[in-house]
Design a binder for this molecule. Structure first.
Ligand code: NAP
Length: 292
């Protein structure tokens, strides 16, 4: 059923592309018009069927858009919003995003949109891979995954329902958080782990004998560092836009790391075992609950 008319998509990579493919697979959208940074990404996106056509003039395209989605690296979102905002005339057009951090995007959107902020519905799909670009997109990416909305008090229920519907069609389960809680939680379970994984691989890669380390790195290394293969620009933007919360998370983590270092230095078996067994239990519990 055609639930949506025209969707204007800024960013036709893994997330924007998968969203578009899922809606198209469900025959839920009439037309998707794409904008990207490089003509090559747009060409690929059109070949794969993510978009029906490449947009040329954003001002012209957004005039009759049902939904405008921002699926670019997070720091590009306010920049694009600022450029297109003067042309947003239709009060029924819903703007939404998929950014992995929320508070800064919401604050900047408020400054730009002022009285029209109710048209912006912030969202974050909790799904992804370490691959990027339109070729990485696939329609099942969001199946049985969480979608977190961070609704604003100005959002009309009708707008929230439209965005929820789009994500349900993609197969996602909808959750709601406020932007601050969202950023605190994801600093802990996503942004910090990415920092740690990038840090470990960068540290090893910088050593003179890095090839020896990598030669013997095996499955534990593969599991811990899969996310260090992620796109550098995307993660730079996420970490910077959530930097104050992330700095607090790093400080928190450093306390545990220092305790572990002290336990090693003093041969404190009890302390080390206590930290390891608490972590092991929590990880097993988490994995068990995930399978349910
Ligand atoms: P991606 O595959 O690299 O796609 C990003 C897209 O944005 C590319 O098509 C890129 O174009 C385009 N772009 C960059 N700057 C632009 C600009 N100024 N104007 C128009 N298009 C522009 O990245 P992604 O994984 O889809 O991530 C997109 C967003 O989703 C990010 O905000 C990220 O935080 C969020 N997110 C990611 C994941 C994940 O695991 N990957 C999960 C949840 C949410 P070019 O290719 O032409 O440069």
């Amino acid at each position: 059923m055609l639930e949506f008319g025209k969707i204007v998509l800024f960013g036709v990579g893994l997330i924007g592309g998968s969203f578009a493919l899922a809606l198209k697979k469900a025959n839920a959208v009439e037309e998707i018009v794409g904008f990207s940074r490089s003509p090559n990404s747009l060409k690929i996106a059109q070949e794969i069927g993510i978009i029906d056509r490449a947009g040329i003039n954003p001002a012209h395209e957004i005039a009759d858009a049902d939904v405008i989605m921002f699926a670019t690296p997070v720091q590009q979102i306010p920049t694009i919003l600022e450029k297109i905002f003067p042309y947003l005339k239709n009060p029924n057009t819903i703007l939404t995003d998929v950014g992995s951090s929320k508070l800064e995007i919401v604050q900047q959107a408020r400054k730009i949109m002022k009285g029209k902020i109710g048209q912006f519905v912030p969202a974050h799909p909790i799904a992804g891979t370490e691959f990027s670009g339109p070729k990485a997109a696939f329609p099942e990416l969001f199946q049985n995954k969480k979608l977190v909305l961070t609704p604003l008090k100005e959002n009309k229920d009708e707008f929230l329902d439209r965005i929820k519907l789009a994500w349900r069609i993609c197969g996602a389960e909808i959750f709601e958080l406020d932007p601050e809680s969202h950023d605190t939680i994801f600093a802990g379970v996503s942004h910090l782990p990415h920092m740690l994984s990038f840090a470990l691989v960068a540290d090893l890669a910088n050593r003179e004998n890095s090839n020896l380390f990598f030669e013997f790195a095996a499955s534990g290394f593969r599991d811990f560092t899969r996310i260090a293969a992620s796109d550098a620009e995307m993660w730079r933007d996420i970490c910077l836009s959530n930097r104050y919360t992330l700095i607090a998370e790093i400080a928190h983590f450093q306390v545990v790391l220092n305790n572990m270092m002290a336990a090693l230095a003093t041969n404190d078996k009890k302390m080390l075992e206590q930290i390891f067994s608490q972590a092991s239990q929590a990880r097993n519990e988490w994995a068990k609950n995930k399978q349910k």
